[in-house]
Design a protein around this ligand. Structure first.
Ligand code: MN
Length: 366
């Protein structure tokens, strides 16, 4: 049987009519109608110099930052990363830091000395290590420079250069602040030892030397570098390219690691809460930021890019959240290589090196 068609289609119900209230409710005073007579006056601009956004508890007053630029590429095989510091300075970094209210000094002597120390004769290698004499000589100097800056009560900002420089910067910080925590932002863990490294490039090994892992008690390093970092002192953020042997080291030592998986799962806000909870509120912080932690679309000109990295904002948020603690004593911005990729990519990467440095010294969005 065919379905019966109703004779009359159902009618659409009428919408209820809304009756206007007799009187509109009175608007509260604070959102009263704007009148043409309202004028808003701003306080006059202060003419005196600005002061940093945060109170940096472990530094002397007035806040001062000493910038070290190390044109060093001996920890890895690609040329150009030694041009990083000069590119950052030429981009106006020093003036940008002054504008944030810091007294800024740049150590050009250290820059020239390291250029000479980077050239060592008979430096073809010891065991698997490439250029151990240069890496050791440069970092011995770096450690002394950083420690001297902190003795003067200033913040040390190190511009790399490759990440083997972390060996010297952290060793320097630990001389002045043995209790300091280390936050290592990177795509890689840089914790291979001279025994576990496959590449032999020492920019993949600085953390193992600081911890004093098996295989690091070798000349020429052991002449000046003693183990100065405990596994619980370090927190990693942004890792996504870890060798199997490094995974074993990290697990065995129980080191705190936040990979990109954790950033995806919890968001950078929660990750930073956990990072800072692990570090604790009362310790000086050394931040070592490898720009390869950022996604290659964000910071393309770097020696060992790995896709799936931090966004522009995630990278800056990490630095802002650390700056906000007021506990920063040292910052490294490393692996900016202006010779890689095209000119626009190099400029973009240099600009990010500058903006990360500014964030560390208290630049905020608002
Ligand atoms: Mn690194």
């Amino acid at each position: 049987m065919p379905p019966r068609i109703p004779r009359r289609l159902p009618t659409v119900p009428r919408l209820p009519t809304v009756s206007r209230p007799a009187r509109l409710p009175r608007m509260p005073a604070q959102i009263r109608r704007h009148t043409s007579r309202d004028r808003y006056f701003l306080r006059p601009l202060q003419s005196e110099a600005p002061s940093p956004t945060y109170d940096y508890k472990f530094l002397s007053k007035p806040a001062s930052v000493e910038v070290l630029g190390y044109p060093f590429s001996g920890g890895q095989p690609r040329g150009g990363v030694d041009e990083g510091p000069e590119a950052l300075v030429k981009a106006g970094l020093l003036d940008q830091l002054s504008a944030l209210g810091w007294e800024v000094k740049f150590n050009s002597q250290a820059m020239n000395d390291v250029r000479e120390l980077a050239v060592q004769e008979h430096d073809s290698g010891i065991g698997k290590m490439h250029k151990p004499l240069a890496v050791s000589a440069v970092n011995e100097r770096v450690a002394a420079d950083v420690a001297a800056i902190q003795e003067r009560g200033a913040l040390s900002l190190t511009l790399g250069g490759d990440h083997s420089l972390g060996m010297g910067t952290v060793a320097g910080t630990k001389r002045r602040f043995p209790e300091a925590a280390l936050i290592w932002v990177d795509a890689h863990a840089d914790i291979n030892t001279p025994l576990t490294t496959d590449s032999g490039n020492l920019h993949g090994c600085p953390v193992s030397f600081l911890l004093g892992l098996e295989g690091t008690d070798v000349p020429p390093f052991n002449v000046w570098l003693q183990p100065c970092l405990r596994p619980e002192d370090i927190v990693y953020i942004g890792l996504r390219d870890i060798d199997d042997k490094e995974k074993r080291i990290l697990r065995e030592l129980g080191i705190k690691v936040f990979t990109m998986h954790d950033v995806d799962a919890h968001g950078i806000g929660r990750v930073m809460e956990r990072v800072l909870a692990h570090v604790g509120a009362a310790r000086p912080i050394h931040l070592s930021f490898d720009v390869d932690a950022l996604d290659p679309t964000v910071a393309p000109s770097t020696g060992t890019p790995v896709r799936g990295g931090l966004t522009f904002r995630e990278g800056h948020y990490i630095v802002e959240a650390i700056a906000e603690t007021g506990n920063l004593v040292a910052v490294d911005i490393v692996e900016v290589n202006p010779a890689l990729e095209d000119e626009a990519s190099a400029a973009q990467t240099v600009a990010i090196g500058c903006s990360l440095s500014r964030a560390a010294l208290g630049e905020t969005l608002f």
